[in-house]
Design a binder for this molecule. Structure first.
Ligand code: ADP
Ligand code: ADP
Length: 229
């Protein structure tokens, strides 16, 4: 479930300035593909197109073999989970924040997701545990803690497709490594598109695509790309 195909995709926010040019790639079901490249290369545009915030100018995008031009944004939001660069949490309990994408989940399911995302251990040190209030009126969580709550939420929602958009770039490198482990748990056996600035953060991808000026400059495994340098 969850194969993504970009087929000769062109895209421009305004006609004068093309952003993606004849871009083709495939994320096979259950695999991880990373898009790396300098800022402005068009990486985030790829995820915006997958949610149909914008539609392609030419070519097509297929999810599970279906052209998303005929799929509603609501359906796409249900199928695609995203861990963004900066997670903003609700001023509510830790439990509420984790359960947000799947309100009907049991307490046990919430806690299982929290364990996988490495949230459980720090939540247990809070006086009120999962009932602790986070945000402006309650507890201040660190960037890494917030990111783990966001990952727990995504694990619980269990979408067939996952987009990690610079999910660790706002963190220091110690925290980044911890979060990488948690992300590894979420992306295993799940179709995953990783968007990143640096090659160093995407060692585990099945394929890495180096995007420059909206086109593919290089592609290969982490080892292959390092050898070429
Ligand atoms: P930092 O942001 O920590 O200074 P860099 O962005 O310079 O790190 O890159 C870290 C690694 O990722 C380097 O090996 C670099 O060559 C590689 N890298 C980063 N961006 C690209 C890119 N657009 N194309 C190819 N390799 C890249
Ligand atoms: P990346 O994620 O690789 O940093 P983006 O996909 O965010 O790059 O942006 C690619 C290019 O598109 C950039 O030059 C950016 O300025 C431009 N861009 C992004 N969003 C918009 C928008 N809403 N309208 C016009 N141009 C945009």
């Amino acid at each position: 479930k969850g194969e993504i195909i970009f087929e000769h995709v062109d895209f421009a926010y305004d006609k004068e300035r093309p952003i993606l040019r004849d871009l083709s790639f495939r994320v096979p079901s259950g695999k991880t593909v990373a898009i790396v490249g300098p800022s402005g290369a068009g990486k985030s545009t790829i995820s915006r197109l997958l949610f149909r915030f914008y539609d392609v100018s030419a070519g097509r995008i297929l999810v599970d073999g279906q052209d998303i031009a005929g799929v509603t944004q609501k359906t796409l939001r249900a199928a695609i989970g995203m861990v963004p660069q900066d997670t903003v949490l609700f001023n509510d309990t830790v439990r509420y924040n984790i359960r947000y994408g799947r309100p009907e989940a049991s307490d046990e399911e919430v806690e299982d997701a929290a364990r996988l995302a490495q949230v459980h251990s720090f939540v247990m040190t809070l006086p009120k545990g999962y009932e602790a209030l986070v945000g402006e009126r309650g507890l201040k969580l660190s960037g890494g803690e917030k990111q783990r709550v966001s990952i727990a939420r995504t694990i619980l929602k269990s979408p067939p497709i996952l987009i990690l958009d610079e999910a660790t770039s706002a963190l220091d490198s110690m925290t980044e490594r911890e979060i990488q482990t948690a992300l590894g748990q979420v992306s295993r056996n799940r179709t995953t598109l990783v968007i990143a600035h640096r090659l160093t953060t995407v060692v585990e991808a099945d394929e890495i695509i180096v995007l420059e000026h909206g086109g593919i400059a290089e592609r290969g495994t982490h080892g292959e790309l390092l050898k070429q340098r």
